[in-house]
Design a protein around this ligand. Structure first.
Ligand SMILES: [Zn+2]
Length: 292
């Protein structure tokens, strides 16, 4: 019993014999998978739930559930390599055989992760191919580069409340930085007496392109407006896209980054994961290839 506080009566957790209730049972899959079980446990329902109210213990439960589910999934992939048709990965086999031959060892066990397994070598490669295809299709001509392009998508000014009251309200509610600096030294963005996001920005009559950095957006010197207890002008506005904030009614910072490096940045963000080190144990005199 790992969680006596969550399950004081020793309730059963997931097991391989767990079946779907009859009216919800699909013809093919009569048993509840581990993923389905935890999805069921984690969903929020009306009424009090010990699980959802147990703070850090709930977090530990989620991590445990994830590790168990992922572990079984990897175990399944390890045991069903034949059905994954790994003989299709001829290139990899050849490369391994060649390496084993050069190092004068024999090729050992081969465990391959399928491309449906996110984060493994194959989807990484496929994402790379997709990204490169996009870079080829949308060449430098279609990049957001000129001043007019930038102004069309990104604004760093308070909109006119008479033209669009809703955007004005959302910008004043969600897209105003701080204020910090001399007005408010206790703002969380302050580091050694300076704003770490370098607000307030300078007034600027026209957008300026900046090839290897963010552009410097237009911030005209207009009459300040009262937001809460502060008087705010265009120097305090976080760059935004009017359509996006109007659609989502939320803080969405939009910046123009048109260099090819943005592709790497995007994938890095999605797949970087947490800090990790991988340790490999290898039999002497044989070359195993185990992606798990
Ligand atoms: Zn600041």
């Amino acid at each position: 019993m790992t969680y006596p506080l969550l399950f004081p009566r020793g309730e059963c957790s997931w097991n391989t014999g767990m079946e779907h209730v009859e009216e919800r049972r699909p013809a093919k899959r009569t048993h509840v998978t581990q993923l389905q079980y935890y999805a069921y446990r984690l969903s929020q329902r009306n009424g009090f739930s010990i699980l959802h109210s147990s703070g850090k213990l709930f977090q530990q439960y989620i991590v445990d559930a994830y590790v168990k589910t992922e572990g079984s999934r990897l175990q399944f992939l390890r045991q069903n390599q034949k059905d994954l048709r790994i003989e299709l990965y001829r290139g990899l086999l050849d490369a391994l055989e060649c390496r084993a031959h050069n190092e004068n060892i024999r090729t050992g066990k081969l465990i391959i992760l399928p491309s449906s397994y996110q984060g493994s070598p194959r989807p990484m490669q496929q994402n790379y191919q997709d990204a490169m295809a996009m870079v080829r299709k949308f060449d430098s001509e279609s990049k957001i580069r000129t001043k007019d392009d930038i102004d069309k998508f990104v604004s760093a000014e308070l909109p006119d409340p008479c033209t669009d009251l809703r955007v004005f309200q959302i910008v004043t509610k969600c897209m105003v930085h701080g204020p910090c600096g001399t007005i408010n030294m206790n703002s969380p963005c302050m580091r050694d007496g300076q704003c770490c996001k370098s607000f307030p920005k300078q007034f600027k009559d026209d957008t300026e392109e900046n090839v290897n950095e963010y552009p410097i957006y237009r911030r005209r010197a207009t009459e300040p407006v009262q937001v809460g207890k502060y008087s705010i002008d265009n120097r305090w506005v976080v760059p935004y896209n009017p359509w996006l904030i109007k659609t989502f009614n939320a803080h969405i910072n939009v910046e123009v980054c048109a260099s090819v490096k943005s592709v790497r940045y995007l994938y890095k963000y999605v797949y970087k994961g947490h800090n990790a080190a991988s340790v490999k144990i290898q039999k002497e005199g044989s070359l195993d290839h185990d992606e798990i």
